[in-house]
Design a protein around this ligand. Structure first.
Ligand SMILES: Nc1ncnc2c1ncn2[C@@H]1O[C@H](COP(=O)(O)OP(=O)(O)OP(=O)(O)O)[C@@H](O)[C@H]1O
Length: 297
């Protein structure tokens, strides 16, 4: 699938602001971004639910509608209203029946971890159970691509774990998976590749390791001990400064130079230097003003 210069606006909001993206068959890709970053809109363009205002989107070499109609795509979108009265089994059979080569219904239920819910009415399920039913709907047709918009949002820890197991089992069959998430750990743990989106643009694309390396650096933190924060952003190596209570955290691409400069100012109380985590990489990539002092008391 590919996005070429895709733009989608809603009024003044450029939800997708010029996205170029290629995803190859068999990849498991996480679309990672904060609230409002443009993930759902990107997904809606991919599924042909929205048309780009500019640029184009192709799925399996053609228009998204064609691929969707041909049964090549399964989707799990955010909370949708459950169909009243039908059972889980009936719903999944109905969805499977609309695809040319679906999974046997018991397999789809098993894979989604809801075999024991087969006879239950879909409008009487818990949020987490409903979410797993939507996952079963996405994979019932055995599509080559599944697209999952924040698939673990309502799941507890155990259900989350089971969900990722199922997703991986599906991916191992050679299928392509695209999922959106706010959770960096999930993206890192379950995707081959992480595409970071911010303000409708792709700001990073690579493995978790590559993201860490590209943003990289170390975190130097120390107690301010009443000292102000002025001048910290100007210290050698410093890329961003964050203040929590009385403690400053400096992300730096040259921690030696940063520490020497701090030492010269006598500002080394409770000094700690650690490698920047993936979390830090994500924050650095998506904060709107990376070199500003962020007051997050
Ligand atoms: N139908 C719509 N009408 C108006 N604005 C919209 C519409 N859909 C999305 N937007 C706006 O476009 C921007 C991107 O929204 P989108 O839902 O794509 O983000 P997201 O990354 O999926 O966010 P979240 O993680 O909160 O689901 C937001 O500013 C949102 O308010």
């Amino acid at each position: 699938m590919s996005f070429t210069g895709a733009v989608k606006s809603f009024g003044d909001v450029r939800a997708v602001a010029g996205v170029n993206l290629e995803i190859a068959r068999g990849e498991t890709v996480a679309l990672l971004g904060r609230n409002g970053a443009g993930k759902s809109t990107t997904i809606s363009l991919l599924l042909g639910l929205n048309e780009p205002d500019e640029g184009s989107v192709a799925l399996f070499g053609g228009p998204p509608e064609t691929a969707v109609r041909a049964g090549k795509v399964g989707a799990m979108l955010q909370e949708t209203r459950p169909v009243p009265r039908v059972t889980v089994q009936e719903l999944i059979s109905f969805v499977a029946g609309r695809y040319p080569a679906p999974l046997p219904v018991p397999d789809a239920l098993e894979l989604a971890g809801i075999a024991e819910l087969a006879g239950r009415r879909v409008d009487r399920l818990s949020g987490g159970q409903g979410q797993r039913v939507r996952f079963a709907m996405a994979l019932a047709g055995n599509p080559a691509l599944i697209v999952l918009d924040e698939p673990t949002a309502a799941l507890d820890v155990e259900a989350r774990h089971a969900f990722w197991e199922s997703m991986r089992a599906y991916a191992r069959r050679g299928h392509t998976v695209l999922f959106s998430t706010h959770y960096l750990e999930e993206a890192d743990a379950h995707a081959d590749r992480i595409v970071v989106i911010d303000h409708g643009r792709i700001v990073a694309d690579g493995t978790g390791e590559q993201l860490k390396r590209s943003v990289g650096g170390n975190l130097v933190s120390f107690d301010l001990a009443g000292r102000g924060t002025e001048g910290l952003t100007l210290l050698p190596g410093v890329v961003s400064v964050e203040v929590r209570g009385d403690r400053a955290r400096l992300r730096t691409d040259d921690s030696d130079a940063t520490v020497i400069a701090l030492a010269e100012q006598g500002a080394i109380r409770g000094l700690e230097v650690v490698p920047a985590s993936l979390d830090e990489a994500f924050m650095a990539l998506t904060s709107s003003a990376p070199s500003d002092v962020l007051e997050t008391v």
